[in-house]
Design a protein around this ligand. Structure first.
Ligand code: G5P
Ligand code: MG
Length: 270
């Protein structure tokens, strides 16, 4: 049903405007013929026409506790982006006791990475079904890819337009996660000192109880930071190797200082 809707919208756009600036980020194939469509918009030279969708694909990277979830919340609110956090998705799978959730639980508790094949299947199927519902706008991936093998799988299927890297010192992070509280169903994040909920222990929106993440224990945070250095930092080089200009580094210790710079960057790109 959503695919049919997307096709109708795209077909209508195609018929209405031959001048629209379509920067291709994504392509879908539609059977049929569309007279008057420029090369920029699609190839009408055969019975199969390819039309580009106006979707921007963003990735946010950074060590555990660097503020990916916090910044993603602001991007989602400011640009109406679709936000997919791999960690939130895994925690919802654990809560629902799915096959993937049961498998992931031990890895998360230990602070180690869930196997690539499980992650790639979960994330790519979620993103592909999201893209079918979109004809424009942006999606934002938080916590994936976390290995070069995940990055290669994503790049082969849904290549990113931009990678935002939060470059936050480890000593700052270790302090922050001690005070973190989360609302598991929504992924909303709080901090005892920095952004406390309006009412102690309760989510601002639903009033439901907040919880601590099991993997925020100091010893597990240390394992996660090591996994980040060994397995995830090379992902930045993977993207720089493809095109250094798509990776944007934001260095600092305070989200409120980094955020205006990210916003300035995205105002230009989205
Ligand atoms: P997650 O859930 O992806 P991490 O480790 O990548 O977990 P995490 O812990 O969710 O990242 P974050 O989202 O970067 O951190 O940070 P955040 O929650 O926004 O902010 C942290 C705290 O700091 C919050 O309390 C926030 O309020 C506060 N804060 C923010 N800014 C500031 C500031 O300026 N000042 C102060 N004082 N505080 C601030 O992944 C979890 C596990 O899932 C598995 C792995 O096992 C992983 O360990 N997993 C995967 N495994 C394999 N492949 C993948 N792709 C995987 N994805 C997840
Ligand atoms: Mg997070």
């Amino acid at each position: 049903m959503n695919l049919v809707l997307a096709i109708l919208i795209l077909t209508a756009r195609c018929a209405a405007s031959a001048e629209t600036d379509l920067t291709p980020s994504t392509g879908i194939e539609i059977q049929g013929h569309c007279p008057g469509v420029s090369e920029k918009q699609g190839d009408c030279s055969s019975s199969t026409m390819t039309i580009s969708k106006l979707i921007r694909r963003l990735i946010i990277m950074g060590p555990p506790g660097s503020g990916k979830g916090t910044v993603s919340g602001r991007i989602q609110k400011t640009y109406d982006s679709f936000h997919l956090s791999s960690g939130d998705l895994l925690r919802s799978q654990i809560a629902a006791k799915t096959k993937e959730g049961i498998l992931a639980e031990g890895f998360i508790a230990n602070g180690t990475l869930v196997p690539d094949d499980v992650m790639v299947n979960l994330i790519l199927s979620a993103l592909k079904s999201q893209e079918l519902q979109m004809s424009s706008g942006s999606w934002l991936l938080d916590g994936f890819p976390r290995t070069t093998s995940q990055a290669a799988a994503l790049h082969g299927s849904l290549p990113a337009d931009f990678v935002i890297n939060l470059d936050v010192p480890f000593d700052v992070i270790i302090d922050r996660v001690k005070g973190r509280w989360v609302h598991l169903p929504s992924g909303r994040v709080y901090n005892e000192d920095w952004n406390p909920p309006k009412e102690n222990g309760k989510d601002d929106v639903t009033g439901e109880p907040l919880t601590k993440r099991d993997d925020d224990k100091p010893e597990t945070v240390a394992t996660r930071l090591t996994a980040y250095q060994r397995q995830t930092q090379p992902v930045l080089d993977f993207y720089r190797g493809i095109d250094a200009s798509i990776v944007k580094n934001f260095k600092g210790s305070e989200t409120n200082v980094i955020w205006p710079m990210i916003k300035e960057f995205l105002d230009e790109k989205l």
